[in-house]
Ligand binder design. Sequence first.
Ligand SMILES: Nc1nc2c(ncn2[C@@H]2O[C@H](COP(=O)(O)OP(=O)(O)OP(=O)(O)O)[C@@H](O)[C@H]2O)c(=O)[nH]1
Ligand SMILES: [Mg+2]
Length: 278
Amino acid sequence: MGLFGALVAKLSRSKISDLDWDQARRELLASDIGPALTDHVIEAAKKIKGDDARAGLLSALSELISSKPRGLDLQPPLSVFLIVGINGTGKTTSAAKLAHHLKATGVSVALGAGDTFRAAAVEQLQTWGSRIGVDVISGKEQSEPASVAFDAVQFARDNQRQLLIVDTAGRLHNKSDLMNELGKIKRVIEKIAPVTEVLLVLDATTGQNALTQAKVFSESVGVTGLILTKMDGSAKGGFALAVENHMSIPIKFIGTGEAIGDFQPFDSAAYLSSLLDE
Ligand SMILES: Nc1nc2c(ncn2[C@@H]2O[C@H](COP(=O)(O)OP(=O)(O)OP(=O)(O)O)[C@@H](O)[C@H]2O)c(=O)[nH]1
Ligand SMILES: [Mg+2]
């Protein structure tokens, strides 16, 4: 039993002391939900009747979860999903994982290689595409990402695909020219088909800066959901709860490794419970 497990067992049996609440506070801070939400959760849990501390904390945490649907918006005949985020969070891997996941449910999908900055980025997506049996539409290196996205959406339309998933280059949210470029990619795609999901990929190790990322990406392209990656490590990704709570952007999927199948629809009960476990 981990530290917090032992604490909770103790809390459940006896009267809960201020010292114990301090320990719970430390555990929540370590899970990265942030100081403000930690205080809020502890105060709310204290008010909940009963002597089961874990149940109280879970109930207080679940109040913070967004009530927005976590399914993906697929509109016939063709929808486009944009995969966005800062550098190295797992966008390309997640685009391939999502394509594989949806293909398995019978959706006909294509991938667009919207990261034209590095030849390696296109190759990375092409390698995934051939492994999972999904067409990857790419342009020349250094070509304009919006024009590649346009070619990709034309391909998807002309070949009766139901979904195009467009990978994009990692970009710093404080570089306005890069954020504007993302807006342009979206507008160009929408000449042909609606962008029904903009999925922001957040790395579980990010911490509270994720809130700023979510805010800036939302302002430029309207984020509809989060993909929380690297949840197989020790980081809990508690900041995503803050994004859900403050911005009402639901976590839709989590990445739990480097393999194509290491990807699951978000399970809020398991996530909240993990925030309390050591
Ligand atoms: N452990 C683990 N590694 C992951 C996960 N998702 C992605 N990775 C790894 O993270 C690294 C970066 O992944 P990419 O998919 O290339 O990230 P990206 O956001 O496309 O990177 P840029 O295009 O350079 O911005 C790779 O080594 C991936 O294998 C995950 O859920 N768990
Ligand atoms: Mg990439």
